[in-house]
Design a protein around this ligand. Structure first.
Ligand code: NAD
Length: 500
């Protein structure tokens, strides 16, 4: 590795550290196609140091009053809002998405921080008076201790912010293992949390790969894991963690279908398809990657989508373009390879993103908007998560056939229906086997006070991210049954406790 290249450190015990520093990985600027930094990759001693520091800090943080923890969350919210432009640029440097899109992901993260500031209400217990003569019962929730968050490359700020504000507000210490492809946002967030008054050790950033992930899952002092990434790894993390009796929620990949019926407004549908398929170069878990078009409007819809795709300016995200590069050269090659597969499988390549003219450095990992019509459902172009700017069109007879295809997919993250028919929308929202549904909304990511999560291979575990379910995940409930001395006159009772 070049000696002049900056090294992105871990954040342990409130300070930057390279730890053992034995291994590093390059971090690219995808719009230039060149490494801009190297990130340290944790070994076992770094995992031990991270967990020890988090474990030492977690008790005192969990003991702090609700008001004091709330003050830190409010201060963090103010700082993040004031300095979001700085973070957005950092995301664009390493991920490649355009700056306005990076700001968009930060605003969805901020929304969760704002939701977390109200945690006092969401962690309240319940009280029942006089459940038996002279006996009262109540529940309350306690933090888990140290929790791990393992995040993907595609939302370096938003995904950590889906979990960390909730886990912290609830009184836990957090160890974040961000993606090694764009790790700087995590350290930036850690420094901001410190500035907001979070005690050292309560938020840790541990960089690394499989070794760090396995180390966190297996460590006896890590109580829970929130994972987001591809389905194969999500399933692995879920199985490995839950086999050890840990709480695990593991969010996986997606293949989101947008169904357009004959009565839909075609301009609205075409706008939605283009934004949802090509925004962030298709590297979103809620991106639309398949449009199911009913036969009577399919030709016209494809024409309008293609017309709009032709107007997108692809290039360096710092130059006010519409769409940036893919995250790495390898990922770009993998995504582009599906265009040949499509042609081989008998689909029609309407727009080939390999021919795009870019406003950016020629070394960047570019692939323009790609539109493929008449994709056979037997093709891997249809069934695989491609995770790039490749939109497949599949023609269907009607609503019923569309729902049937959606339900046959192994994924169940998000789906959308475009129609003017309320009855069709109701049938769709009830029958689709998918966790998040949009009606005339292409990317139906729930707001922070509703929880986020898919079905089937898109989520392993039974608790969703943020919203009310997240406080259940990051706390344990205790039930207390109490009787005070003046009623303790009943004498021996050997039977099972009743409720008279
Ligand atoms: P990825 O699965 O390659 O990596 C995710 C995390 O797992 C990273 O931190 C990575 O370091 C770690 N990891 C990678 N290989 C590992 C291994 N063998 N063992 C243990 N840990 C490992 O995913 P990615 O490419 O960073 O992100 C894109 C994927 O994430 C897509 O599939 C996308 O759909 C998915 N995603 C899902 C959601 C959701 O909410 N369902 C949200 C965002 C992204």
């Amino acid at each position: 590795m070049d000696n002049d290249i900056p090294v992105i450190p871990h954040w342990i015990a409130g300070t930057r550290t390279t730890g053992s520093g034995a291994r590093t990985a390059p971090v690219f600027d995808p719009a230039l196609g060149r490494p801009r930094a190297a990130v340290v990759l944790a070994d076992d001693s770094d995992v031990q140091a991270a967990v020890a520091s988090a474990g030492a800090a977690s008790g005192a943080w969990g003991e702090l009053s609700v008001a004091r923890r709330q003050r830190v969350m409010f201060a963090f919210r103010e700082l993040l809002n004031a300095r979001k432009d700085e973070l957005a640029l950092l995301i664009t440097h390493e991920h490649g998405k355009v700056v306005s899109d990076a700001l968009g992901e930060i605003s969805r993260g901020l929304e969760v921080v704002e939701f977390a500031t109200g945690f006092a209400h969401l962690t309240k217990g319940e009280y029942s008076d006089n459940v038996s003569t002279g006996v009262d019962a109540f529940t309350f929730r306690q933090p888990l201790g140290v929790v791990g968050i393992i995040s993907p490359f595609n939302f370096p700020a938003m995904v950590p912010l889906w979990f960390a504000p909730i886990a912290l507000a609830a009184g836990n210490a957090v160890i974040l293992k961000p993606s090694e492809k764009d790790p700087s946002a995590a350290v930036w967030i850690a420094e901001l949390l410190q500035e907001a008054g979070l005690p050292d050790g309560v938020f840790t950033v541990l960089h690394g790969d499989k070794q760090a992930v396995d180390g966190l899952i297996d460590h006896p002092d890590v109580a829970a894991i929130s994972f987001v990434g591809s389905t194969a790894i999500a399933k692995y993390v879920y199985q490995r963690g839950s086999a050890q009796g840990k709480r695990v929620q593991a969010f996986g990949g997606a293949k989101n279908h947008m169904l357009v019926l004959g009565d839909a407004d075609l301009d609205t549908a075409a706008d939605a398809a283009v934004s949802a398929a090509y925004g962030s170069a298709g590297e979103r878990c809620m991106a639309v990657s398949v449009v199911l078009a009913v036969d009577e409007i399919a030709d016209e819809l494809v024409r309008r989508i293609d017309e709009r795709a032709s107007t997108l300016r692809v290039g360096d995200g710092r130059r006010d373009c519409d769409m940036g590069p893919l995250v790495t050269a390898q990922h770009r090659e993998r995504v582009a390879s599906y265009i040949d597969v499509a042609a081989h499988d008998g689909a029609t390549v309407v727009r080939d993103g390999r021919e795009v003219v870019v406003d950016g450095d020629e070394g960047g990992f570019w692939l323009g908007p790609t539109l493929i019509d008449r994709v056979p459902t037997s093709s891997t172009v249809y069934s695989d998560e491609i995770f790039g700017p490749v939109l497949s069109i599949v023609r269907v007879r009607d609503l019923a056939e569309g729902i049937e295809l959606i339900n046959a997919s192994s994924y169940g993250n998000g789906t959308a229906l475009f129609t003017a028919d309320g009855g069709a929308a109701r049938r769709f929202q009830r029958d689709a086997h998918v966790g998040m549904i949009g009606v005339n909304v292409p990317i139906p990511v729930p707001v922070a006070f509703h929880s986020f999560g898919g079905w089937k291979d898109s989520l392993f575990g039974d608790t969703k991210a943020y919203g009310p379910q997240s406080f259940q995940f990051f706390t344990r409930e205790k039930a207390v049954t109490l009787r005070w001395p003046e009623h303790m006159t009943a004498g021996l009772s050997m039977g099972f406790p009743g409720n008279d």
